[in-house]
Design a protein around this ligand. Structure first.
Ligand code: AMP
Length: 557
């Protein structure tokens, strides 16, 4: 017997409709060069209808790709709503990628229109021409009231002028919840970037799950500051979650890497929750310690969602001391991105609480995780059997976009199916799962060091190194070794000039087996970062791949 309930498709149109009807007086605030620009959600929803009619006049049809090349802002939010709700596909591009990769991505996705922040116009001008793009629209984020965006790029349209050409009313088409809503390409630390296509259904379910108290606990009472870029996995889906629940938004514009601007935004908007990668939060702590940011400005901030790379204990404790709770989450472009969240279960014994907070967390409701060993066994949840993390659930990718493949479904070698017919994404992350269900990431498969047949976790060594007072940043890489295959080498940024190699190796020796201690330390001015702020170990491996390790280090047991 079938259930006798209404068959209502889960589409982003419900987000637009709900925020307009119920939360019109809430606001999105955007940091600009001249101050903070605020718009009510009523105004946003009106502008979204204008944008959709203007896009229709430009020839945008359902299924067309509309690209964005922009920072976090109210205008980018308008595109987040107008494009998917009219049945087109929002494709957010990462302006920090090399120009040729940006060109490759826009071409591969078949983008037809590109919306560009004026401040990013110089970066866009480096991108090789993309044949499919027939219109470029510039959003002036340089002068607050300026409408001269079009002057920045030849033949470009101005965003505000485009909106003015639209009509007040748009007849939103009926959409299928399985239709594509948005696309995002992986940051491509291995090989070329790969396209992920989110559906309306996956986007709505992801937003709903973010609201659960035991997930990110976003509520109508919150003011959310997504520092994680809107071009990186939809700012972790937080704008849709905020709109669905009626939380106000604060957008950092092009000032997302500037702690004093962020602190001002927190203070002026009364931000209660924020989300960003660890590097951003280290920057905020350093600015506080250097006296550049007054911690009183952060007094409204209650919690921080942090992920994208492992959260070191020193960072968690630094924010605990400020009375701000840092919640670690793990995810990928392929997982929309919310995969696991490190909330503390009420049944955990006292001594399990900190390890749980420092883990990547337990799967969000409706997701399943498992660890599969090298010999294809599903690992027990014992906290020690290591293997590749795999994930299944309604907002997990089922294919990579390949315009040449049937139905665009490429990359099938990254997916597998179990006896029950469940589909699993192979994440490329190496993990253990403990008896309480918490996932502890040990490494990326490609970053692990294999020494004398034994795996060494570079993440564990990095966490131990940054826990040392005299270390600011640490990245550990594998270096070829004639006898042991590979040995670890640590690249360290000093927090204190007096720190020595011997001191750091002795510190590590207190916590890990002697054969896991790196053979040497190189001191660097900074660890190279990828376009989304993660350690770029590829660059370090190129730089130190043939590094001569000292001969006298104790070999593996
Ligand atoms: P991206 O698709 O660019 O968001 O990158 C996803 C990758 O970032 C994951 O596969 C992990 O390797 C890494 N990552 C994300 N969150 C965490 C976390 N909390 N701890 C450690 N690594 C993480």
């Amino acid at each position: 017997m079938r259930g006798l309930m209404q068959d209502v498709g889960l589409t982003l149109q419900m987000v637009t409709e709900r925020v307009g009807e119920l939360y019109g007086d809430k606001t999105v605030a955007t940091k600009t060069a001249e101050g903070i620009r605020r718009r009510s959600y009523t105004e946003v929803v009106e502008r979204v209808a204008r944008l959709a009619t203007a896009l229709r006049q430009l020839g945008v049809k359902p299924g067309d790709r509309v690209g964005t090349f922009a920072w976090n802002s109210d205008r980018h939010l308008e595109l987040y709503l107008a494009v998917p709700c009219m049945g087109a596909i929002l494709h957010t591009l990462n302006p920090r990628l090399p120009a040729d990769q940006i060109g490759y991505i826009a071409d591969h996705a078949g983008d037809q229109i590109m919306f560009i922040d004026a401040s990013l116009a110089p970066a866009w001008q480096q991108v090789p021409p993309v044949d499919s793009i027939h219109a470029v629209v510039v959003m002036d984020d340089v002068s607050e009231h300026g409408h001269d965006g079009a002057a920045v790029l030849p033949d470009a349209l101005d965003y505000e002028a485009l909106l003015a050409s639209g009509a007040d009313h748009f007849a939103w088409p009926r959409l299928d919840e399985g239709d594509a809503a948005a696309m995002c390409y992986t940051s491509g630390t291995t090989g070329m970037p790969k396209g992920i296509v989110y559906s309306h259904r996956s986007s709505v379910l992801h937003a709903m799950a973010s609201l659960f108290v035991d997930c990110l606990a976003l509520s109508e009472r919150d003011v959310l500051l997504p520092i994680v870029p809107q071009f990186h996995v939809n700012a972790w889906g937080t704008p849709y979650a905020a709109l669905l629940t009626g939380a106000s938004l604060a957008m950092p514009g092009r000032f997302m890497a500037d702690p004093p601007s962020l602190a001002t935004l927190v203070a002026e908007e009364g931000v209660t929750v924020s989300a960003a990668v660890p590097t951003v939060w280290f920057g905020v702590l350093q600015a506080i310690r250097a006296g550049a940011v007054d911690p009183a400005k952060l007094s409204s901030l209650q919690r921080i969602v942090c992920g994208g790379s492992a959260v070191p204990e020193a960072l968690l404790r630094g924010f605990d001391d400020l009375g701000i709770r840092m919640i670690q989450a793990w995810g990928m472009t392929e997982t929309s991105p919310l995969g696991t969240v490190a909330n503390v279960k009420s049944t955990l014994a006292e001594d399990r609480i900190l390890p749980a907070r420092l883990s990547q967390g337990i799967p969000a409701p409706s997701l399943r995780v498992r660890v599969v060993t090298d010999d294809e066994r599903v690992a027990p949840w014992d906290g020690s059997t290591m293997g590749e993390l795999q994930i299944n659930g309604p907002w997990i990718a089922d294919a990579y976009y390949d315009p040449q493949a049937p139905q665009g479904r490429g990359g099938q070698d990254r997916f597998t199916e179990d006896e029950a017919g469940r589909r699993w994404l192979k994440t490329g992350d190496v993990a253990v799962i403990d008896a309480d269900g918490y996932v502890h990431l040990r490494d990326r498969t490609k970053d692990l060091v294999k020494s004398g047949g034994e795996w060494i976790s570079t993440v564990e060594l990095e966490n131990l190194l940054v826990a040392h007072d005299k270390v600011r940043e640490a990245a550990v890489i594998a270096v070829a070794h004639p006898k042991w295959g590979e040995r670890p080498l640590a690249c360290v940024v000093k927090a204190d000039d007096s720190v020595t190699t011997e001191e750091l190796l002795a510190h590590l020796g207190e916590h890990v087996a002697r054969w896991q201690v790196p053979d040497d330390i190189v001191f660097v001015d900074e660890v190279p970062k990828t376009s989304v702020g993660k350690f770029d170990k590829k660059v370090l491996r190129q730089r130190y791949g043939d590094y001569q390790l000292p001969a006298d280090h104790l070999p593996p047991a």
